[in-house]
Design a protein. Structure first.
Length: 160
């Protein structure tokens, strides 16, 4: 039978794979282009998968890996809340939302090329599930993972 820590690692791994596969499916199969923040919101899931694979190989550092997962998903929560604030108009878009335009384009060919590219603003929600943006789901998922990982981390020595 799996203990709580193993179950948590397996669940985070599963959720991370599902989140990444879903994002790629929505982008490449359904044709909804992500904004820069949407792409950045995928990074914590990739990092989590790496951390969990490392935990499988180096289980003696399990408590450290739990702490790293807390930091990763707390950061993911903050990033998603920031993106949600932009979507709702509470926060102005920043340079992160416009990374392609901050490169100092000087030639007219480069300007024309950028005008032809379809850019998605961080405030535009191009895909919703049950009326909620993927950013909203990301907030909930990241918070749940952070809270549950923190609980296991704080009770780590008690569960040995």
């Amino acid at each position: 039978m799996l203990n709580k820590k193993s179950l948590l690692f397996n669940l985070i791994m599963l959720v991370s794979f599902i989140a990444l596969i879903s994002a790629l499916f929505i982008e490449y199969v359904l044709g909804h282009q992500p904004c820069n923040l949407c792409i950045l919101e995928r990074v914590p899931y990739v990092i989590a998968i790496v951390i969990i694979f490392l935990n499988y190989k180096f289980s003696q550092f399990e408590k450290l890996f739990l702490l790293l997962l807390i930091i990763v998903f707390l950061t993911a929560t903050i990033l998603s809340v920031y993106h949600f604030g932009i979507e709702q108009g509470f926060i102005e878009e920043s340079l992160v939302c416009d990374l392609k335009n901050s490169s100092g384009v000087t030639s007219k060919e480069e300007i024309l090329k950028q005008l032809q590219e379809q850019k998605v603003s961080c405030k535009d929600v191009t895909f919703k599930i049950f009326g909620l943006s993927l950013t909203t789901y990301n907030i909930v998922i990241s918070m749940l993972i952070t809270i549950n990982t923190l609980k296991i981390y704080l009770n780590y020595d008690k569960s040995k």
